[in-house]
Design a protein around this ligand. Sequence first.
Ligand SMILES: Cc1cc2nc3c(=O)[nH]c(=O)nc-3n(C[C@H](O)[C@H](O)[C@H](O)COP(=O)(O)O)c2cc1C
Length: 160
Amino acid sequence: MKCLILYCSSHGTTAKAARILSEQLEGIVERVDLSKFRDPDLSTYDAVIIGGSIHAGNIQRKIKQFVNKNHDILLTKKLGFFLCCYRDGDEAKSQFENAFPADLRAVAKSEGLFGGEFIFADMNLIERIIIKKVAGVASDTSTFNVDSIKKFAQTFNQAS
Ligand SMILES: Cc1cc2nc3c(=O)[nH]c(=O)nc-3n(C[C@H](O)[C@H](O)[C@H](O)COP(=O)(O)O)c2cc1C
């Protein structure tokens, strides 16, 4: 089984999640940061896991574009989707549903919400102001959830 983890990460949290996930998955696992590298050729992979993070309610545009462009070939793969974001509960669920198409989610073997991080040193001034105002957070905060990543991997490894 050869698996591709494809992701976008604005400040590194999703990249960290992708790295931890790759260590938990069985078989050959490759990671590609879609914001830095060209679209990979999916034909060489049996499984594809796609992840991104939420900013102002939306996942990175590159992820959306990649999924739309490769929709039909993705339907032929063992699929998984994950998201990093600070909201939880129904709001996180709704952001997840908005991030990935319903028909692909319906056939996915694993879906995961891995929490999020606010690291003020990594943000620009505008981002700091937005986060203080919208999230009411003024210092570094983390809901990053390694257990969720491990559960995602376990479910994915066990699926055919
Ligand atoms: C400017 C900004 C806007 C954000 N907007 C949202 C949001 O609308 N909903 C949410 O759940 N999380 C939001 N977040 C939290 C991010 O999803 C979280 O920080 C995540 O860990 C970022 O992952 P990344 O570093 O891989 O991009 C926002 C973060 C920033 C900095």
